[in-house]
Ligand binder design. Structure first.
Ligand code: AMP
Ligand code: MG
Length: 340
């Protein structure tokens, strides 16, 4: 029936044919995990799947939030002894521990006391002086966290606090992709506060075009990645910061110093199949800096990267060479392709 309808329409107007027979677009825009999220999916089943995806995001927000008194993270941070947590929380803490070890401590979900001292949790910003930083760092040793997989518990020493802000959105994106894929959706794209995750390709079969924001101009993209079925996650100093005495202080902390990361990078994008991994890695790469990030990447096969340094140079790992292009107006930027 549908095909016959299209043929009839074709006789009338080609444009009407295109709209009439293209898969229908569905969209949800919500505020969750402290950010605006946009979810778009095409085709049969997409509407119901998006409704369930939104429910799942809200559930994860309640479970993983560092400020919600009913969350797992609150229970870990304020409880005593072994705290029983959901499989989601257990999985994410495990992944974070693995990445903490793999990244030489650059990703550290125990930085919360430091992030708070700098004012990023309240907006009451201040430059934290050196002796205080050293004191705070004593409470950031993730090696002291105990995780009992069989019992489903996490135990944190007094004074330590966890915050999954560096990888929770990526995990939510993975969960959304699973729900959409499981519902038979073959074309979808979500933007969870700058974490872009794509399912399949665009409904016309062409790859998704994901812009990489110019860290120095909120309204512009400096490059475009053409991707399918991948997560593109960016960490940038421009996303949350304050200025004092001509200095900019941002929300991504170097666990080695207790101060905002000063690696020479102003944005770090990780691209790969897993949103949670890419989210954790984008934060870690930002802390590491271009050289260490490139070395780290050479030791793995599960992600690619785009880094922007203070001089404006863009570092692109070779796996993205063909999908990366500079945006209009940025053609004169220096691009360094990093090889294995
Ligand atoms: P993202 O936007 O994914 O890079 O995550 C940044 C957020 O993670 C910050 O707002 C902090 O709450 C927290 N954070 C800051 N520095 C680190 C770090 N080195 N490792 C893990 N989480 C961090
Ligand atoms: Mg991150």
């Amino acid at each position: 029936m549908r095909r016959v309808g299209c043929l009839l329409l074709a006789l009338a107007a080609a444009a009407a044919l295109l709209t009439g027979c293209a898969p229908e677009e569905h969209e949800e825009i919500i505020f969750a995990m402290d950010t605006v999220m946009q979810l778009q999916a095409w085709g049969d089943g997409a509407e119901d799947a998006l409704t369930r995806a939104v429910q799942r995001i809200n559930e994860l927000d309640r479970t993983l939030s560092v400020v919600n008194e009913n969350s797992d993270i609150w229970a870990i941070n304020h409880g005593q002894g072994a705290v029983e947590v959901s499989p989601d929380t257990l999985h994410l803490v495990e992944l974070a521990l693995e990445l903490w070890r793999d990244t030489g401590g650059a990703l550290n979900i125990a930085m919360y006391p430091v992030v708070r001292a700098w004012g990023f949790t309240t907006g009451e910003y201040r430059v934290v002086p050196e002796p205080e930083r050293a004191e705070l760092l004593e409470y950031t040793d993730l090696g002291r966290l105990e995780l009992d997989e069989a019992a489903g518990t996490v135990t944190l020493p007094e004074g330590m606090e966890l915050d999954l802000g560096s990888l929770g959105k990526g995990y939510a994106g993975d969960q959304v992709m699973d729900i959409l894929r499981g519902s038979g959706v073959t074309s979808a794209i979500v933007n969870l506060g700058g974490n872009v995750q794509a399912l399949g390709s665009q409904s016309d079969g062409s790859p998704w075009r994901v812009g990489i924001q110019d860290p120095e101009d909120e309204s512009a993209y400096l490059a475009v990645l053409e991707i399918s079925d991948l997560a593109v996650v960016t960490s940038g100093g421009y996303q949350r910061y304050f200025e004092e005495d001509g200095q900019t202080y941002w929300h991504i902390m170097d666990p080695a110093t207790g101060a905002p990361a000063d690696s020479g990078l102003i944005s770090a994008t990780a691209v790969g199949a897993s949103g949670a991994l890419c989210d954790g890695l984008s934060t870690a790469l930002f802390v590491m800096g271009a050289d260490a990030a490139a070395d780290f990447w050479r030791g793995r096969e599960d992600f690619e990267f785009v880094l922007v340094d203070q001089a404006g140079t863009i570092w692109v790992s070779e796996g993205l060479e063909d999908s990366f292009s500079l945006a209009q107006g940025y053609e004169d930027r220096t691009v360094e392709v990093v090889r294995r």
